[in-house]
Design a protein. Sequence first.
Length: 639
Amino acid sequence: MLTSRVRPQPVHPRVLALPVHSLTLEEAALLARQSPNLGRLLRDPAHRPLVIRTLKLVQGHPELLKLAEAQASSPERLTAHLDAAEEAATAGTAQLEAFFRTGESALGTREFLGALHAWTKSVSGALPEPARILFHRLCSMEEEDREKSIIKMNWGEVASPMQELTGAGLVDSAYRIHPGVAEAGREQAGPELRKSVDVSLASFWIAVFQRALEKEGAGTGERILRAGRSAAPYLMRQRCWNEAATLLEQVIKRDSSPATIAGAAPLLQRIAEVTEGTVEGLANAGVFAKTLRKAGRTGEAAAIFGRLEQQVAESREYRLASAIAGELTNLLQDAGHFAEALTMVERKKDHTRRAGLGPWTQLGDEVYRLQILNAVGRHEEVLAAVQALREEMKGLPESGGENENVEPWHVREALLNTGQLASLALQRWQEALSLNGEVIQVTVSRGATALEVARTRYNDYGPLLRLQRYGEARTLLHQCLAVSESAGDTADLGMVHSAIANLEEELEHFQEAARHEGTALRLRYSTLLPRTCAISHFNLANYLIRTNADARLALAHRLASVLISYQANGGELPERLNAMRQHLTLVSPSDPPASFDELCRLVEQTEGVRFRELFSRLPQRAASGDEALRTVLEMARGH
């Protein structure tokens, strides 16, 4: 069961979408009897008709019942509000009386919202001016900002007006307001008051953001994220588009969880649209495209980045061109286009030089290059370069300057992580643990989110496994799994399930290993990243063999992995070809798939696998799937 204030669009035909407006007559009457004020009036024969009149007007709506209960401390006051509500009602007498006849309200969304607006206007209009102004300010704030500390820092002590608001039933003691009531309050506040709230809260959150940014190394990461997210809507209502985009970019740089990306993407899309055609609009479009990439919408992101990189380079906006070239490098590497990615790194370095950017940005460019070299298997070269750059990094300032495009901590983490991956590939387990320990220290020190810290800690699992520290590895992986599930991060869940499968294989629990790797493969196909999908195909083939499963199915997954590596010309191709050569000795000569179509049919038996679609996105080293299949089989047999 999913609940939402907004009806999802589109709704799948198999999903039942039910609007939930009001209680039944029986439930509403029970609630009235149990309420202190309405219950007292109901037990008094002289005032019982007043309660019946109330139930007729509120039609079982819980929020309207709450407002009526607050006014019912005085029969005269309740009568006055009922008079006002009747005058403003859009529903006819027959519609209202049907509630008593059928036990269910006949009103729709529009009528209920109209009634809620009328009640809110009537109740707030009777408040003393200080309480009414505070109510309008609270309604004009973003919902998550209605906290006592934030209110006090912006408008001082508000204890007395708050008592009036809670007594009237408009606001509860925790500053929560029903969204329908808040919408009515915003409307009544007027444009001048709403604007003053936007100005005050935007300035407040920008100040919090800047103070937190200055002390990021001391664990203020969560405050940076909160301030950046919170300031954006207030800035956007003032049409401060570029300032909002800048803050949101800082947020997604530090937190790429699905919830954060889903919240930022529509805001950044709006900013990109309204600033299109300006110099700032180019930068804003780049931030939006970066968010699309993090959301897994790589095709859309690549199209935007490709267009932008050419535009900004022609406009000699080299600083922006450097940043966009970095994003294109990531996209090309993720898609397995390693040669093109290396070419793009050189373009990035040229943009960086022309822009006169500083040493941290230059070091970051070199990290991009080393990450690609890792992907093509040049691990010794990468590790030597990382050690040299670590020494160079010691002489750089702790914080970046105006001439930097990057955060120093980001470059430091990326460099150490690149070295750690090279150590893993070279089976230098203790060195890998040591390097990742430094990355964890930097990540925790800057106050990163639980998801970011879990992603960093996850990198210890491989060395722990190879050092046969199985208990530590299991504890680590299940902690990471819990964090990823809580964040709803599909990519991370796939990664962790694959790691658990690896652990289960080490412990000779082969059925469990195959089950976890099948889950990982399904999750990884949600993003269609070739490298991770190839890893899961390869691993699943291993586990299927060990469980004595269908040999042809295992071989099909092995072939899928090799085909991806062949088309992308990845550094792991020789290892996978060798494994496939050994695999071919387990099956008869007629067992390999006779065609690419048959291969797709076999591997796509696993739920969620879209191998044909993934293959179509790879570099075209072989012109067709059948040609690639023939080539890798010949290579394996003659390996």
